[in-house]
Design a protein around this ligand. Sequence first.
Ligand SMILES: NC(=O)C1=CN([C@@H]2O[C@H](COP(=O)(O)OP(=O)(O)OC[C@H]3O[C@@H](n4cnc5c(N)ncnc54)[C@H](O)[C@@H]3O)[C@@H](O)[C@H]2O)C=CC1
Ligand SMILES: O=C(O)[C@H]1O[C@H](OP(=O)(O)OP(=O)(O)OC[C@H]2O[C@@H](n3ccc(=O)[nH]c3=O)[C@H](O)[C@@H]2O)[C@H](O)[C@@H](O)[C@@H]1O
Length: 464
Amino acid sequence: MKIKNICCIGAGYVGGPTMAVIAQKCPEINVTVVDINAERIAAWNDEDVENIPIYEPGLSDIVKEARGRNLFFSTDVDGAIDKAEMIFISVNTPTKTYGIGKGMAADLKFIELCARQIARVSKNDKIVVEKSTLPVRTAEALKNILDNTGNGVNYQILSNPEFLAEGTAVQDLQNPDRILIGGDIDTEEGLDAMQALVDVYAHWVPNENILTTNVWSSELSKLTANAFLAQRISSINAMSELCEKTGADVNEVAKAVGMDSRIGPKFLQSSVGFGGSCFQKDILNLVYISKSFGLNEVADYWEQVIIMNDHQKRRFASNMVKTLYNTVSGKKIAILGWAFKKDTNDTRESAAIYVSDYLLNEQAEIVIYDPKVTSEQIFSDLEYLGTHSSEEIRERVKVVNTAHDACKDAHAVTILTEWDEFKDLDWQAVYDDMLKPAFLFDGRRLLDRSTKEKIGFEFYAIGN
Ligand SMILES: NC(=O)C1=CN([C@@H]2O[C@H](COP(=O)(O)OP(=O)(O)OC[C@H]3O[C@@H](n4cnc5c(N)ncnc54)[C@H](O)[C@@H]3O)[C@@H](O)[C@H]2O)C=CC1
Ligand SMILES: O=C(O)[C@H]1O[C@H](OP(=O)(O)OP(=O)(O)OC[C@H]2O[C@@H](n3ccc(=O)[nH]c3=O)[C@H](O)[C@@H]2O)[C@H](O)[C@@H](O)[C@@H]1O
């Protein structure tokens, strides 16, 4: 079966970039990305392609190339479903904030709404692709809804998890380590549907990098991959604390262990704690699933990754307070970086939010600079926590337009996102404009200790 029309429900960090690359690589396929968020769709359609809602290096060029040719962004969800032979579901699956599984399970209400909408609208057979990260066995629930509420058409459900990382999404999509496609391997219809999706990716991904499995393995592999990645960070962060007590340097330790080819060098960068929309939510989901099968040891094992991450954020903030003579009340602290990693404007679960909240609890005055995050986003992230009133936050937090402005007259500066521009700041000028002693806390191991100490900074870096 040759796919001519693809619909993707969800124009977010995954749906947008993923579909842009499919449209770029498959010019004969029409790709329509739909969303209920009209503002987001309007931004994707903005005449000035630099105003698309997601900042990813290289993405605006691809959108410029394909938009209006075979890439479309629309709020007409029904129309796009009706026209497509293949529908990707790429909506958000956040941690539940209510009811059974609150704080742990994935909230599948958006997924279910999509399924019901597909069932209502579809008048011919469809291949439905799970692109969102979902608990293992969600395909079963989807099939149930589609088969029982639909118009008698046939559905094939595929699992095709996305492994892109933000900040490198375009590169990851254009040269993926692997494409994973899970489906019903026991029926001819299932195999045909899987082949149709293989054919889409085969436009640019070598065949040996396209992996097909049963649908449950595919669903579970996504949660497993994120759990393993996050576990490496919590492992190295656990070592960072031990390094600080013993005189070892976590970067040297990471390099030494990473040169063992069985361990490998990637994902061993110690930090103030991992953020992002997925690691925490996916691990909590894994913990919840394990518990629901009565696998308490499995659940506890993975939960420790989150416990360690929370500890790392807290201990970084509390170390700042301790170093600043046990009080930051009324002191000005400059925060450089708000995004959860460099090269993205995404702030979800960013360590900066939690460190700032801790400092606000200690009555600090905070000045924030991030090159890609808006002040509205920063205020909304802090307000979302609910620990401080909107008035208090607006009184005690300022957002400025340059790193240097943030640091002026500050008692301490802290780097919470590893933006390249912070490496090249005129640190002498920053020092000159700060109150003395001038404290510098590097939560990302971005800066060189000896040059900063030579300038006169009191320098603290994670794991060193
Ligand atoms: N952000 C990332 O880097 C990655 C995310 N994922 C997974 O992909 C999924 C999506 O994540 P993001 O793109 O980051 O989320 P997002 O929040 O950026 O985008 C989701 C979009 O879906 C829309 N939506 C929700 N319900 C809808 C409905 N019924 N009809 C139409 N639109 C609807 C929302 O308005 C939103 O714009 C999640 O399951 C996530 O775990 C997987 C790999 C990477
Ligand atoms: O499912 C998802 O959402 C995605 O989650 C992560 O991607 P992402 O969260 O975008 O970014 P990462 O590069 O993994 O970084 C996550 C967090 O870990 C931190 N990190 C990363 C690597 C490292 O060595 N140390 C470290 O502290 C980053 O600064 C960031 O805060 C995975 O890397 C992707 O493969 C996956 O598709």
